[in-house]
Design a protein around this ligand. Structure first.
Ligand SMILES: [Zn+2]
Ligand SMILES: [Zn+2]
Length: 224
């Protein structure tokens, strides 16, 4: 018996991983089980594919484009509702604490707003289910877009300048600047919804004033 016990101890000492490794492995195991469950939920209920083959680039492109358009449309209307007296005072005022946003202001919001505005993120995948890789890429791109839109930087070399109807930092900055009185630029990604529903008139007027100022400056310098 003592022979078996000592043999087992020797073997166990060889196989025993360091405590940290064991701890990390346990976390990884729990997370991977959790991920598998999430994958199963998406596969069974929504119809998201989690197996091979991987989606083509074209499939990823058009599905993510559809997800952006669907989310933008619903977010625009939900955001308008959040600017009603009740919606603003109870929920949306937290996000508007940043009159001039920074990237970290993107997720800074009331928990109810995160839930409400987070829902349209999944409407696209529900309406047009694709592959789990597409879903993860979509969520990643949407997060990057939110950080960029709230960054407060409007770089002229930004690749997003080539995306048609893209709002960007300047577009959303104008919305934050208005605070509780803001009635412009409700859409989160594109500009066309606010154009169609006439909720960009103040912004367009502001832009026209800026253009006039820029046109006027050189003449002013000539006279000097
Ligand atoms: Zn707002
Ligand atoms: Zn914002």
């Amino acid at each position: 018996m003592s022979f078996w016990n000592s043999a087992r101890k020797k073997l166990a000492s060889l196989l025993d991983p360091p405590k940290n490794t064991l701890h990390n492995s346990t976390i990884c195991l729990i997370l991977s089980r959790f991920k598998l469950r999430i994958g199963w939920i998406f596969e069974q209920i929504i119809g998201i594919r989690t197996n091979l083959p991987l989606p083509s680039k074209w499939e990823i492109f058009w599905q993510i484009l559809v997800y952006f358009v669907i989310e933008d449309y619903f977010n625009c209307w939900i955001h308008r509702w959040l600017h009603t007296k009740w919606g603003y005072e109870k929920i949306h005022h937290v996000h508007h604490e940043y009159g001039a946003p920074i990237a970290f202001a993107a997720p800074y919001a009331h928990w109810a707003e995160i839930l409400i505005l987070g829902t349209p993120t999944f409407l696209g995948p529900v309406f047009v289910p694709g592959h789990i890789v597409t879903l993860l890429l979509w969520i990643t791109l949407r997060q990057i877009e939110a950080l960029e839109t709230h960054s407060g930087y409007d770089f002229p070399w930004n690749p997003t300048k080539y995306i048609p109807f893209y709002g960007g930092a300047e577009f959303h900055d104008y919305h934050h600047y208005g605070g509780c009185h803001s009635r412009n630029n409700f859409a989160s990604v594109f500009t066309y919804c606010d154009y169609i529903y006439g909720t960009n008139k103040g912004y367009r007027y502001h832009k026209s004033l800026l253009r006039k100022r820029d046109d006027w400056k050189p003449h002013q310098e000539d006279e000097d």
